[in-house]
Design a protein around this ligand. Structure first.
Ligand code: HEM
Length: 559
């Protein structure tokens, strides 16, 4: 029989044989894809009994409800209605889980983090955008990078950053003083905080200046471009998730294809990525030359050679050959820090200033604490040790980051069938469950907002912004919950091996900025009104504005 078929094939003309072969290959590929598709959906059947919202689209499920500028309300509704474990339906009937149960989160982020790794789309899009930095690697490679980088984010190095942070904030203070010298005035505060956050990470992280605080000349191309970056990334979220299908194509082909795609936000992401690479490469080459030359060349640079990348490159030069970081990884870390450290901090600060403007009593109390701290401060501003022990400043930061985490959730992909424990049993269609079976291939969303706003943990006043809650010992319900986060019993900076490496850097930035601006200016709400748009980050915007650029209208006056 087989011999007959071979004989028949030999007699076929070449073109017909090629056609047949392509048909067989094509059908095989489709059949294989269908097989994996159906197998994956069948494996997910046990998840269907978990409570969750009805799917609203046959093709895209709950996707359109989950990801758009006004989606914050839907996320709050999910937490209120379904609690700690929620089933949602995504593209082509893919079932995903939204989880804020503390024990389950401990398993996902700490105990079983090798099973729950970053999703492919996240790693691949970041690898193409930033290079092989922390946001683009996983497993042993990622652990090795963390080991190399953790020391440069130590308290010793953070303490050395404080004078630089004061110096840069002082520059912004002078700019703001000029803006309001004629009296109270409405400003887009985010414009100023964004430039300051960029300059802080540029000088403190890379030892480089974008000259962002110099308002006498036109804004630097990178500083201008990065403002739209988070928004652009949010608006191409759906396409980012499909990227693994093509991520192995040669980069010239990907670029060619992307340019043909009628998606301005995608073009913007590519433009910012290119500008970012150009600047980081320039900084890297310059530092490498200084290292090779020796001497005190770094002292003349922005950041005095105390910045994170200079410390890293110095340590790297002294490390044994086999442990040294390759150039492309250092470049990857530089872009990653610029991306991860700019909008996150300016968004968090925007929320703090917004809340302080709405609560003048809290603003005044904080101002008094800071003014008293300045009385004992030297030329270089309130020092590290004093800043970290100011109780009301700490309480305002903690409470804001608890109730309004800039990042609402992060995704992980389950890479092996696993059962994870739950702190509280959940009621499902099949009865009560005290553990959760997660089939391989399921995407799991760690619900940062959900855990930070869990009424069973924080109490009935969970949705109130109350800095005072941090001035007394926390209730047992908080300490007993064992939330696996690195910061203040919350998941704002996540926890485990992929927790935010810059969380101390970020807190210090916020504290220095508040310590300088509050004793000098009063901040009041603008009549324009502010809305908070949900996205990769939850950013402020002017009420009624149709544009996508984040803004924080605020009335500022000298004290
Ligand atoms: C309020 C400000 C910030 C918030 C809320 C924040 C939050 C987060 C969160 C939730 C993650 C986990 C992301 C994931 O696993 O998908 C993360 C990771 C990260 N953050 Fe931050 N971050 C902030 C500021 C910063 C700053 C200032 C820097 C840089 C100096 C930074 C650098 C990073 C890096 C490099 C990672 C990846 C860590 C890893 O995968 O090992 N972040 N951040």
């Amino acid at each position: 029989m087989i011999a007959d078929t071979i004989l028949e094939l030999q007699n076929l003309p070449l073109l017909a044989a090629l056609r047949l072969a392509s048909f067989v290959l094509f059908s095989g590929a489709i059949g294989l894809a269908l097989f994996y598709f159906v197998r994956h959906r069948v494996k997910q059947i046990p998840l269907w009994k978990i409570p969750g919202p009805e799917s609203v689209s046959f093709i895209t499920g709950n996707n359109s409800q989950m990801f758009h500028a006004g989606a914050g309300k839907f996320h709050e509704y999910l937490i209120r209605t379904y609690g700690r474990v929620i089933r949602i339906t995504m593209f082509l009937w893919d079932t995903q889980l939204v989880i804020s149960d503390p024990s389950a989160c401990t398993s996902i982020l700490l105990k079983d983090q090798d099973v729950f790794e970053e999703t492919e789309w996240f790693l691949e899009t970041n690898r193409h955008a930033f290079g092989p930095g922390l946001l683009a690697t996983m497993g042993a490679h990622h652990r090795k990078q963390r080991k190399q980088l953790n020391p440069v984010f130590s308290i010793k190095h953070m303490r050395a950053m404080v004078p630089l942070f004061h110096n840069l904030t002082q520059q912004l203070q002078e700019v703001l003083k000029r803006q309001v010298e004629g009296g109270a005035r409405e400003l887009d505060l985010l414009e100023y905080l964004g430039r300051l956050a960029l300059e802080l990470i540029a000088q403190g992280g890379l030892g480089y200046t974008f000259d962002s605080l110099n308002y006498d000349h036109e804004e630097n191309e990178f500083s201008k471009a990065i403002k739209q970056y988070s928004i652009s990334l949010s608006s191409i979220f759906f396409f980012r998730m499909q990227f693994p299908l093509v991520s192995n194509w040669p980069s010239w082909l990907l670029r060619f294809g992307a340019k043909l795609f009628p998606l301005p936000m995608l073009h913007n992401v590519i433009r910012v990525t290119d500008i970012m690479y150009k600047h980081t490469k320039q900084v890297y080459d310059n530092k490498k030359a200084l290292l090779e030359k020796g001497g005190d060349g770094f002292a003349q640079q922005a950041g005095d050679g105390k910045d994170i990348i200079t410390v890293l490159m110095r340590d790297n030069a002294d490390a044994p050959e086999e442990e040294r970081l390759p150039e492309e990884e250092i470049l990857g870390h530089m872009s990653t820090f610029l991306f991860a450290g700019t909008d996150t901090t300016s968004t968090a600060l925007s929320r703090i200033f917004y809340l302080l403007s709405e609560h003048q009593d809290v603003q005044e109390r904080l101002r008094q604490e800071l003014a008293a701290a300045w009385e004992g401060a030297g030329e270089s501003g309130i020092g590290y040790d004093k800043l970290v022990e100011l109780p009301y400043l700490e309480a305002v930061c903690r409470e804001t980051l608890r109730l309004y985490p800039p990042i609402h959730f992060i995704s992980r992909l389950c890479r092996a069938d696993i059962s994870i424990p739950l702190s509280q049993p959940i009621e499902t269609k099949g009865g009560s469950q005290s553990s959760l079976f997660v089939p391989r291939g399921t995407s799991v969303i760690v619900n940062i907002l959900g855990i930070n706003r869990d009424q069973n943990i924080w109490g009935p006043d969970v949705l109130e912004w109350k800095p005072e809650r941090w001035l007394a010992p926390l209730p047992e319900s908080v300490t007993d919950a064992r939330i696996p986060g690195v910061y203040a019993n919350t998941l704002t900076f996540l926890g485990g091996g992929r927790a935010c490496i810059g969380f101390k850097f970020s807190q210090l930035e916020m504290k220095v900025i508040l310590s300088q601006l509050l004793p000098t200016f009063r901040f009041s709400p603008s009549k324009a009104g502010v809305v908070w748009n949900f996205g990769t980050l939850t950013t402020p915007g002017r009420k009624g504005s149709t544009g996508v650029t984040p803004q924080l209208p605020m009335v500022v006056e000298r004290i």
